[in-house]
Design a protein around this ligand. Structure first.
Ligand code: SF4
Ligand code: SF4
Length: 372
């Protein structure tokens, strides 16, 4: 395992972090906790979770694992400024996370899911979340205040230049790096910690290996391994946060981290020549947009649309694949159709990838109509 310092915090962290949003919730918590302990045994020392992840089980799973997990490790969790909009609410959220995680201190506490500057200003307002977190830090309940962001590079830079945060968690991977590079470099240049989420594009890379062969620049390397190597070896990133479900995935990421060399500029140019700007707007299956008042399974529909977005699959082919997706695929458990959208905008407001969900649903509704 490779290790590095998280920004200027003096904390040495593993280059691979354990992202706790992809546990298999059909397993019991003890089985998932064993996966966490296994990752620690393999050398991973950074563990990231949040309330709500995995049907709100993720923090409890880590809490179970931490009870008897040997060795040093760092714990990261989060709270949204839109939910905890006062100092008191922020403190209550920290106390709840501490209790669920079973730890005395949270090493990295993220102001969670900033999608626009208003969210940052909300966190920073007098009597708001940040004030509550500062108090928690003074009392030793948290060590570093950080943030997670889905904003453009210049906004990330302006937050970091305020000096209020010790690090940032942001989305970058081998498919979207030409569009996210500025934000990552901005973070790195300020000397703050930088952590990449979604190094496998929310599972899209392993699921589409047959079409992504161009990512592999080494003999025998799979596209998934190439994507992991990209994030782990990126000089501007301290940690690549990988969402693990199985021990095999932990093994794969740790093996990549054992023999990791950076991509050359030539390799990156070569990869970039295959990418279109469409790769910047793919659904990562994060699920933040859930809760449609019409019960439309927005994440499932947007993952279905990914095929068109990522590879330019024709409308005819998309239409052809729709019945299969509805019968046994991504859309099998839907309670409503794309055409039931009333355009309330709630899902777009929450989408971490700024996807024009309503427009995509309209296209899919048209395919639904024509394939009926
Ligand atoms: S815009 Fe449509 S899909 Fe999105 S939450 Fe509203 S009704 Fe549901
Ligand atoms: S549509 Fe956006 S918010 Fe919803 S799952 Fe996909 S990326 Fe996440």
């Amino acid at each position: 395992m490779m290790y590095t310092e998280y920004g200027k915090t003096g904390k040495h962290v593993s280059k691979v972090g354990f992202g706790g949003m992809r546990f298999d919730t059909d397993r019991d918590n003890e089985e998932n906790a064993e996966l966490v302990r296994y990752a620690r045994h393999k050398g991973i020392t950074y563990f990231d979770t949040a309330p709500g992840y995995c049907n709100d089980q993720s923090e409890d799973i880590f809490g179970l694992a931490f009870k008897d997990m040997p060795g040093d490790y760092w714990v990261s969790t989060k709270g949204m400024p839109t939910e905890y909009d006062t100092a008191d609410k922020a403190r209550a959220a920290v106390e709840k996370s501490l209790s669920r995680l079973g730890v005395e201190k949270i090493d990295f506490y993220h102001v969670w899911c900033l999608r626009k500057m208003e969210h940052y200003h909300l966190a920073m307002q007098s009597g708001g979340q940040y004030e509550g977190l500062l108090k928690c830090r003074e009392e030793g309940l948290i060590d570093h205040i950080t943030f997670s962001s889905h904003q453009p590079g210049h906004q990330i830079r302006s937050i970091l230049e305020d000096g209020s945060m010790d690090g940032v968690l942001l989305g970058m991977n081998i498919l979207n790096f030409p569009y996210r590079w500025a934000g990552v470099k901005a973070a790195w240049e300020t000397g703050c910690g930088t952590v990449a989420m979604n190094p496998l594009a929310g599972g899209m890379i392993p699921q589409n290996e047959d079409k992504l062969g161009f990512l592999s620049t080494r003999e025998g390397e799979t596209p998934t391994e190439a994507a992991l190597r990209f994030a782990i070896s990126c000089p501007y990133l301290d940690i690549a946060l990988v969402g693990f479900t199985t021990k095999e995935q932990v093994d794969q990421a740790c093996a990549v981290a054992e023999q990791c060399t950076s991509f050359s500029d030539q390799d990156l140019q070569q990869i970039q020549s295959h990418l279109s700007s469409n790769m910047n707007e793919i659904c990562t299956a994060c699920g933040y947009c859930e809760g449609c008042p019409q019960n439309i399974p927005v994440p499932a529909y947007m993952q279905f649309y990914n095929s068109k977005q990522m590879f330019g699959t024709s409308d005819d082919k998309m239409k052809e694949s729709l019945p299969g997706a509805k019968e046994w695929g991504l859309l099998a458990y839907r309670q409503a159709e794309a055409g039931d959208c009333i355009e309330c905008g709630m899902c777009e407001e929450k989408c971490t990838q700024n996807i024009n969900i309503i427009d995509r649903l309209k296209e899919i509704a048209q395919w639904e109509k024509e394939s009926d």
